[in-house]
Design a protein. Structure first.
Length: 167
């Protein structure tokens, strides 16, 4: 049975997407068939946790917010997420609220769905040491910002190195 307490976001391909769907009820393929975030913040204010754009990511905030764990599989793009994955993450901003609170001794947005389990990011492709350092810092910041209790960052040379059964 598919695990719905976890969301998997990836930018690989359709065959990989089909394999992942056997692991989780929440698999989002960053195929680019959706609009980028318009920065209107209606998912924060007017329609909490619901995007005003009526496409495949309309409910992304709710889906991501209700999952305990998140697994992100992305190509390395100069030490950051691929553009299609970043678009999905941008469209998930409504998992928090515009209100602020202290978390880890710093000011952060209040979590709409409460604390989470783990954020796991698997990065594939050519990655140099500076990019790895950037990834380490970014995933730690993502962990704190989104209320995850733990993180795991994995680097692989290619998508063929990924074992779907171990995700």
């Amino acid at each position: 049975m598919a695990d719905v307490s976890r969301i998997i976001i990836h930018d690989v391909d359709e065959a990989f997407h089909e394999q992942l769907k056997t692991l989780s009820g929440n698999v989002v393929w960053a195929d680019g068939k959706y609009a980028p975030c318009q920065g209107c913040f209606e998912c924060w204010t007017k329609n909490p946790a619901t995007c005003s754009m009526k496409d495949s990511l309309h409910e992304m905030c709710r889906v991501a917010g209700q999952a305990d764990d998140i697994v992100i599989i992305t190509a390395n793009c100069y030490g950051g997420y691929s553009a299609p994955v970043k678009n999905i993450l941008d469209r998930s901003i409504g998992t928090s609220t515009p209100m602020s609170t202290y978390r880890a001794g710093e000011m952060h947005h209040t979590l709409r769905y409460g604390k989470k389990g783990m954020i796991k990011v698997i990065v594939y492709g050519d990655i140099n040491d500076n990019e790895k350092a950037t990834w380490e810092l970014m995933i730690e910041r993502n962990r704190i910002n989104h209320g995850y209790q733990s993180k795991e960052l994995v680097f692989v040379n290619s998508v063929s190195d990924l074992e779907v059964s171990k995700l």
